[in-house]
Design a binder for this molecule. Structure first.
Ligand code: GDP
Ligand code: MG
Length: 422
């Protein structure tokens, strides 16, 4: 390795522009990138938030021109549940792994205070999964199924009055975590003049409450103009349908009413085409990028800080990941050592206590034994005494018995002698 010149001027002063004298080939780099991306395929994850029956499933079918699911969700769930379904789609040679996350039961409970919680938890859990994969020694990020939510379509109920508090609270909780695109659902139920007022009101309410919604980027020249115009049409008023009607010689998605037909893809009927254009055709990559570089980055930073990692130390000096890790490790080891010492001391104290207890018990036992022994000796002595007394009495009795017997014999002889005399 060449020695580093400490006195060298800053990098930008060393840069020189050179003109190549022939074709080298690195102008194919963008093509290489495209070919690689096409080969790997793309991942896009959409979350639909909105009350049951607002037409979320129908709109997804209309957006991707397919039929995702047939079972409508019930209104009776006790809590909000998130259901994710992943589909492999292909258009020409581009493969898209699309995940649609539905918020089943959203807004169906009497107490709607915690409706957003399940959603926030779900979004965080996807970030956490990605972070854990990133932190692994053996990472496999290319095959890892990235389930981070790239866009959240927030379905606004077409009341014509403005946002409900559940809408504001939920969007506020999510605006630092995900790209939010608010849309007015079932826009065929609102008249043309009402719709404009409704849109203005929603935008004002979002602004007044400091809710940051996703803005289509205007820094890329090729899409700046269209994105700029589209930003002024948000929230898009959309219509979805699974039915088709014949218009001219074409079958188009539409909803038929007794008084007429509303066509989903007719720009004078609703903003569906604008939404599809912005969401799928123009800004899908930007949303993927913002998710990774802004929302995930924020999550990652917060989590690493929570774990005690930082780029600077207490004196605001740069500190490396390894230094922090080693400091944490030695801290941890110290804590462990301290805990071990404490436990050892406690053990010694407990052993001593137990020993004293045992000694006390032994003493008591000894005392009891001595007393028993003494009692036993006393008893034995008593019995011995009474035995002796009894023996003496037996001897006395035998002596007397012998005496009486003797006396008896001599008396008998005497009586015999007397009768002989008669
Ligand atoms: N008027 C009107 N009805 C719609 C629209 N989109 C869906 N619906 C109807 O609303 C009902 C509920 O739709 P669904 O997609 O199951 O709602 P989800 O519970 O939000 O998924 C169905 O009867 C749909 O036909 C729409 O744009 N306008
Ligand atoms: Mg549904």
């Amino acid at each position: 390795m060449a020695p580093v010149d400490v006195e060298a001027p800053p990098m930008e002063n060393q840069l020189r522009n050179l003109v190549l004298s022939g074709h080298v080939g690195f102008d194919s780099l963008p093509d290489q990138l495209v070919s690689k991306s096409v080969q790997n395929g793309f991942v896009f994850n959409i979350m639909c938030i909105g009350e049951t029956g607002l037409g979320k499933s129908t709109l997804m079918d209309s957006l991707f021109n397919t039929n995702f699911e047939a079972v409508p969700s019930p209104h009776t769930l006790p809590t909000v549940k998130l259901k994710a379904h992943t589909y492999e789609l292909q258009e020409s040679n581009v493969r898209l792994k699309l995940t649609i996350v539905d918020t089943v039961g959203y807004g169906d409970q009497i107490n709607k205070e915690d409706s957003f919680k399940a959603i926030v938890d779900y979004i965080d859990a996807q970030f956490e999964n990605y972070l854990q994969e990133e932190l692994k020694i053996k990472r496999s990020l290319t095959t890892f199924h990235d389930s981070r939510i790239h866009v959240c379509l927030y379905f606004i109920c077409p009341t014509g009055h403005g946002l409900k508090s559940i809408d504001l609270v939920c969007m506020k909780k999510l605006d630092q975590k995900v790209n939010i695109i608010p849309i007015i659902a079932k826009a065929d139920t609102i008249s043309k003049t009402e719709l404009q007022k409704f849109k203005t009101k929603i935008v004002a309410e979002l602004q007044n409450n400091g809710v940051h919604i996703y803005e289509f980027p205007v820094d890329d020249e090729s899409v700046a103009e269209v994105n700029g115009t589209m930003n002024s049409h948000v929230p898009f008023a959309v219509i979805g349908s699974t039915d088709f009607v014949r218009v001219g010689n074409k079958m188009v998605r539409a909803r038929q009413y007794p008084w007429g037909t509303v066509q989903v893809e007719n720009e004078s009927h609703c903003d569906f085409v604008k939404l599809r254009e912005m969401l799928i055709r123009t800004n899908m990559e930007d949303m993927r990028e913002k998710t990774h570089c802004r929302h995930y980055e924020l999550y990652r930073r917060k989590r690493l800080e929570q774990m005690g990692f930082s780029d600077v130390d207490a004196d605001n000096k740069p500190i490396s990941f390894q230094q922090t890790f080693e400091a944490k490790r030695s801290n941890h080891l110290q804590e462990l050592q301290q805990k071990e010492d404490e436990m050892r001391q406690m053990f010694v104290v407990r052993v001593k206590e137990k020993e004293a207890e045992l000694k006390e018990a032994e003493k008591e036992l000894h005392a009891k034994f001595d007393k028993l022994k003494k009692d036993h000796t006393d008893e034995k002595k008593k019995i011995e005494d009474s035995r002796k007394k009894l023996e003496d009495e037996i001897v006395e009795f035998n002596r007397r018995k012998a005496q009486y017997q003797q006396m008896g014999t001599s008396h008998h002889t005497l009586t015999l002698g007397k009768s002989k005399k008669k």
